[in-house]
Design a protein around this ligand. Structure first.
Ligand code: SAM
Ligand code: DTB
Ligand code: SF4
Length: 350
């Protein structure tokens, strides 16, 4: 490990190196992550994304954290795919609120071919408003990935969620390999990859090491890395497990450590402080921004769970002196993230 900030894109991280980062004294780890952040991104700018659930609930997968699984008893009502015009109306509202990326999520194991024409209309319509588009629809066939690229989709979100060892305890209806296969189809099609996971599911430190290691050793780092804190939902396997064993809840310091290690190992990626902000103190969020998080979800709702809300976030940004990142800056960051491996950026972004 060197003392210079990590600007080189490495995909050969070892688990031992990642574990050693997690083991650093907290202030040393956050200091190093902040150096990497400043060398590669504007330090006080945060990208704003808005989520919309375009098809809610009734999902055939059994992800133990998710309120939308048909196997959960969460009370979330299953809906049909939303009408294209209604989706575009919500995107226009998000653009008015200053969001630069609109992420549309469907509670599907995979999209059916009959759904694709409406999905494509949604991508084209949102793009025409000048926003970046993101979809998260479950597993994709190579043909579907190509169709989404052709429609102009900017990002596809597909999380690996946890370590390869823990994966089978969280979801039994698919494997980590299935997940990685879809990610490689998305990459091959030329769509930016958004992939991260959830911390606070009762996993061990070793699982968090394995989670970051899996992402940081993909053939290319995901352009976007969402780090979610589990939102415990009553009636889901993990929500109920955590309600019974509150000590399994992750502490804020360990959450910030995970953000910092993601920042150091994937220096050019946008690291998104995702679900769970609603129950996180402003100080913990501030530590995450210090540790290199530079993207959030805005608005008062995620897919089904509550989010901090625009007024709360505006007040936090004012107090912390943070600025919304312009879309041109996000695109410059993406170009940097596509630099060949081993290429060292000479100038700091600010
Ligand atoms: N069905 C698609 C899929 O699984 O890829 C898209 C939607 S799914 C809800 C998107 C991601 O949200 C999941 O992979 C998971 O990481 C995150 N997520 C879902 N429920 C969550 C919860 N209760 N707390 C934190 N993150 C959650
Ligand atoms: C991601 O990593 N987090 C978002 C997005 N990708 C699709 C979803 C968070 C969902 C939180 C729980 C809910 O709203 O149901
Ligand atoms: Fe379905 Fe996605 Fe929820 Fe899993 S995370 S149950 S795939 S909606």
């Amino acid at each position: 490990m060197t003392d210079a900030p990590q600007t080189e894109t490495r995909t050969d991280w070892t688990r031992e190196e990642i574990a050693a980062l997690f083991d650093l004294p907290f202030t040393e780890l956050v200091f190093r992550a902040a150096e990497v952040h400043r060398a590669n991104h504007p330090a006080n700018e945060v990208q704003l994304s808005t989520l919309l659930s375009i098809k809610t609930g009734g999902c055939a997968e059994d992800c133990g954290y998710c309120s939308q699984s048909a196997s959960a008893n969460s009370g979330v009502k299953a809906t049909k795919l939303m009408d294209v015009q209604a989706v575009l109306q919500r995107a226009a509202q998000a653009a008015d609120q200053g969001s630069t990326r609109f992420c549309m999520g469907a509670a599907w194991r995979n999209p059916k071919d009959r759904d694709m024409p409406a999905i494509i209309e949604m991508v084209k319509g949102v793009r025409d408003m000048g926003m970046e588009t993101c979809m998260t629809l479950g597993m994709l066939t190579p043909e579907q990935a190509d169709m989404l690229k052709e429609a102009g989709l900017d990002y596809y979100n597909h999380n690996i969620d946890t370590s390869p060892e823990r994966y089978g305890e969280i979801t039994t209806t698919r494997t980590m390999e299935d997940r990685l296969d879809t990610l490689s189809e998305v990459r091959r099609a030329g769509i930016n990859v958004c992939s991260g996971g959830i911390v606070g599911m009762g996993e061990t430190r070793e699982d968090r090491v394995g989670f970051v290691h899996t992402l940081a050793t993909l053939p290319d780092h995901p352009q976007s890395v969402p780090v979610n804190a589990l939102v415990p939902v009553k009636g889901t396997v993990l929500g109920d497990m955590l309600a019974d064993t509150p000590l399994a809840k992750i502490d804020d310091v360990e959450f910030v450590r995970t953000v910092a290690v993601a920042r150091i190992t994937m220096p050019h990626s946008m690291v998104r402080l995702s679900a769970g902000r609603e129950s996180m103190s402003e100080m913990t969020q501030a530590m995450c921004f210090m540790a290199g998080a530079n993207s959030i979800f805005t608005g008062d709702k995620l897919l089904t769970a509550p989010n901090a809300g625009d007024d709360t976030d505006a007040a936090m940004f004012a107090r912390l002196g943070l600025k919304a990142m312009a879309i041109s800056e996000t695109q410059a960051q993406m170009d940097a993230s596509r630099m060949p491996k081993g290429c060292v950026k000479m100038e700091a972004a600010e």
